[in-house]
Ligand binder design. Structure first.
Ligand SMILES: *[C@@H]1O[C@H](CO)[C@@H](O)[C@H](O)[C@H]1NC(C)=O
Ligand SMILES: *[C@@H]1O[C@H](CO)[C@@H](O)[C@H](O)[C@H]1NC(C)=O
Ligand SMILES: *[C@@H]1O[C@H](CO)[C@@H](O)[C@H](O)[C@H]1NC(C)=O
Ligand SMILES: *[C@@H]1O[C@H](CO)[C@@H](O)[C@H](O)[C@H]1NC(C)=O
Ligand SMILES: *[C@@H]1O[C@H](CO)[C@@H](O)[C@H](O)[C@H]1NC(C)=O
Ligand SMILES: *[C@@H]1O[C@H](CO)[C@@H](O)[C@H](O)[C@H]1NC(C)=O
Length: 720
């Protein structure tokens, strides 16, 4: 069967000159051949071939001439497709990848003409607070503290700029350290103070890294404050950051109403950024005349349906809602399985220990637009180059600033294959169809355009992603395209596209055991790798003799979600599927600003904004002189307790969880052998503090239960 198809393909390739202007006589040939060259990807040949040989039934061709005409003028400026690192800790595991794979991943994301070739990188301005998949560190834990060497967003911005100096940078806070609220949960308590805090972040980027921040936001998905926005604009101008533009408010479209009624606010805001707009703007937003952005969108599991979602919204955010920029939450799903919104990124990298990563469909969907446009191109007008296809799907036409290059992106995503996480998607139909592309105005002269093609594979069909199909010929400005379902076509005068590739990454591996981290190899102020802080902020410090990690948060932050409002910190590590495990760590509680206690834990069953509700097996030692074994992080379900004294200096805390029993030890002395609740059955290992306040940790050791039992077998047994 396959060999017959291959023979037909050979014939087709030998005899055909790609599709030309539509005529009844040519129809049969067109249906067979809208593709001239097929990449040497043998796996997809069969599928592509069956697509090409599809019978014409079901194809509709009524009223299907689509005009692309620049003589009627151009519309809005295209402002780029971006990815969002943060909101929060979504790139956590990426930093620690082996150098080779890490560079490959960064190339897939940022390198021009290689993969997603992103045009905007949006990052979180860390607020020492949980912001979805973890906590990102603030550059000012306290009002007297300033540090630009924390976390990974600086590094990521540098890597992005290294690959694409033209990439735009956009910073946005989700939360703020507690002192910003001055005892409240309101970051607008003193708007000058908050503006100063943000200006310092922008200045720090410039001073420390020569990074120019292009856009700055207000407060992610929380209320905006008009006085604050004006104050921020003023402070930016006074500090020489006239070119840093404000995008507001990273929530709904509601700020449009205030912009229409307040000239000063209108002057302060460059673009209205809406989250998950469902491809539609509001009348008010349109009436402001401002740039409209989907400043956070997508957030969908990155399988084929995720690719379909992304393809549909990248086009239709402009077609339906005049949005000239769309930013994916998130850039890369680089956080543990078991944390919220697993794999909701353009690609996935969750195994720094193995180097395994996955380039997912949204990378190539992005390439369909980004590899053939730049920020500053202009959309053609609605109905003369932007619109809906007669039988479902959409198209956008974009023109280069000098007017000479044209890129057309067409998508035919079906409803069920393009559902995004939110909002709901009303029903619509898409049918296979023939369309006549009609180039007018200055593009009428074109005799061919380069074609790039993707088809998302469902029902066992493989994906065909971002294949170069050679050139489509135009006669008198016209060509016919046969459009199937769940396809993306780019037709472009740009000839530099490339489907970048690297060797298959190393195979997937479970989290390695035994695992020991002594933190000696880290730069100062870095976050510990693999420890995914859910509340609190942990960073590497040195006391001159040894490097260790310290929990730095002293008070409840101005939080983004509930998990931070309970005066406790937790950092998870390892595998969400672990049931039996041994966790041991050295800790020290400083005398100044200290925490009320520390813990090690196993079977921790949640993180994210619900981190405070996590169940598991927690061994706390408290400065009050007690140890407690608790079934929850909140320490409300205590199953075992006794007294211990914690002197100054280093101690060792050990917890072995095996089946229905737990063994705990402090400084090599067994505290208990206790029966534990059977639920939860599995979860992460963790360390943490009983309250905010300083605690130091060193030499994190994770072992299998069997090895842990051997280790504890040498400890002093004080119990029966
Ligand atoms: C608000 O913050 C600014 C900048 O830090 C400071 O100069 C000012 O005194 C503060 N105002 C009040 C009322 O605390
Ligand atoms: C800083 O970056 C700019 C580009 O934004 C570049 O022109 C300049 O040379 C850089 N300066 C240094 C000291 O690297
Ligand atoms: C990534 O692909 C590998 C195969 O290379 C597979 O084993 C693994 O489960 C995938 N992981 C994710 C997160 O998609
Ligand atoms: C202790 O806390 C105060 C504020 O409460 C802060 O100013 C000081 O820097 C803190 N010291 C340390 C070592 O964290
Ligand atoms: C802990 O107790 C369980 C059951 O009570 C027992 O099977 C196990 O051997 C004990 N472990 C140690 C190390 O004593
Ligand atoms: C956090 O807990 C510590 C220790 O119990 C206590 O001293 C501190 O006041 C608490 N902070 C808040 C904000 O509740």
């Amino acid at each position: 069967m396959i060999s017959i198809w291959k023979a037909i393909l050979m014939l087709v390739l030998a005899s055909s000159t790609f599709s030309t202007i539509y005529s009844a006589k040519l129809q049969r040939q067109l249906e067979n051949v809208n593709v001239m060259r097929i990449d040497t990807d043998l796996d997809s040949d069969v599928n592509l071939l069956s697509n090409l040989l599809a019978q014409p039934q079901g194809f509709k061709n009524e009223g299907s001439t689509i005009n692309f005409d620049d003589s009627l003028g151009l519309e809005r400026q295209f402002e780029g497709i971006g990815g969002l690192s943060g909101g929060g800790a979504t790139s956590k595991l990426l930093v620690n990848y082996p150098e080779i794979q890490r560079n490959e991943i960064l190339d897939y994301l940022f390198k021009p003409n290689f993969g997603a070739s992103l045009q905007i990188l949006k990052v979180e301005i860390g607020g020492d607070s949980q912001s979805t998949d973890g906590t990102e560190a603030s550059h000012m834990h306290n009002s007297n503290d300033e540090n630009y060497e924390r976390g990974y967003e600086w590094w990521l911005m540098l890597e992005a700029k290294k690959r694409n100096p033209n990439i735009k940078l956009y910073g946005l806070p989700w939360a703020f350290p507690g002192w910003i609220g001055q005892g409240t949960q309101n970051p607008y308590t003193n708007v000058s103070l908050t503006a100063d805090y943000i200006i310092r972040w922008i200045s720090g980027a410039k001073r420390m890294y020569n990074l120019t921040i292009d856009y700055i936001g207000i407060w992610n998905e929380r209320n905006y404050n008009v006085a604050y926005i004006k104050t921020l604009r003023n402070a930016l101008d006074l500090n020489g950051f006239q070119n840093v533009l404000i995008v507001a408010s990273d929530g709904g479209w509601d700020i449009a109403h205030d912009i229409l009624n307040d000239g000063q606010l209108a002057n302060a805001v460059y673009a209205i950024g809406c989250h998950y707009p469902g491809t539609y703007d509001s009348q008010d937003a349109y009436n402001t005349g401002k740039s409209l952005w989907a400043s956070e969108d997508y957030s969908t599991y990155n399988d084929e349906i995720g690719g379909g979602c992304w393809a549909r919204i990248l086009n239709q955010n402009y077609v339906n809602g005049y949005m000239s920029s769309t930013i994916s939450w998130n850039l890369i799903g680089s956080y543990y399985y078991g944390l919220p919104f697993y794999r909701d990124g353009l690609m996935t990298a969750v195994e720094p220990w193995s180097g395994n990563y996955n380039v997912s469909t949204p990378i190539w969907i992005t390439a369909h637009t980004t590899q053939f446009t730049s920020i500053g191109w202009r959309y053609l007008k609605h109905d003369s180059g932007v619109g809906k296809l007669p039988q479902g799907g959409s198209y956008v036409g974009l023109v280069s600033p000098d007017g000479t290059d044209l890129t057309i992106v067409i998508e035919t995503m079906t409803h069920d294959h393009s559902i995004c996480i939110r909002p709901g998607l009303p029903w619509y139909d898409v049918h296979p169809q023939l369309v006549t592309l009609n180039l007018k105005g200055s593009f009428a002269r074109l005799t061919s355009m380069n074609v790039w093609y993707s088809k998302l594979g469902f029902n066992g069909q493989p994906d065909i992603m971002f294949q170069s199909l050679g050139q489509l010929k135009f006669v008198s400005g016209q060509a016919v395209l046969k459009l199937g379902l769940d396809e993306v076509y780019t037709l472009t005068t740009i000839s530099t596209g490339q489907k970048g590739s690297y060797p298959v990454p190393p195979p997937s591996q479970p989290f390695p055991l035994p695992y020991l981290d002594d933190f000696e190899g880290y730069p100062l102020y870095q976050e510990p790798f693999n420890l995914a802080q859910q509340t609190g902020s942990y960073e590497v410090l040195s006391d001159g003799q040894t490097k260790f990690i310290r929990q730095m948060v002293l008070e409840n932050p101005v939080a983004w979600c509930d998990s931070d409002l309970h005066n406790k910190s937790i950092s998870v590590v390892g595998s969400y599927t672990w049931s039996d495990i041994f966790v041991e760590i050295n800790f020290r509680i400083p005398t100044l600003n200290s925490t009320s206690g520390v813990f090690v834990a196993a079977r921790v069953d949640q993180g994210g904004c619900d981190a405070f509700k996590a169940q598991g097996i927690y061994l706390y030692v408290l400065q009050s002189g007690a140890y407690q074994l608790s079934n929850d992080f909140a320490r409300t379900k205590i199953t075992q307790q006794g007294s211990v004294q914690i002197s100054a200096g280093w101690h060792t805390l050990s917890l072995l969880v095996q089946g229905a029993s737990a063994l705990g030890a402090l400084d090599g002395v067994i505290l208990f052998n206790a029966t534990i609740p059977t639920s939860p059955a599995s979860g992460f290992a963790a360390i943490g503090t009983d309250s905010y306040g300083l605690a130091d940790f060193d030499n994190l050791l994770l072992e299998s239960a069997a090895s842990g039992l051997k280790i504890m077998g040498k400890y002093t047994m004080l119990v029966k």
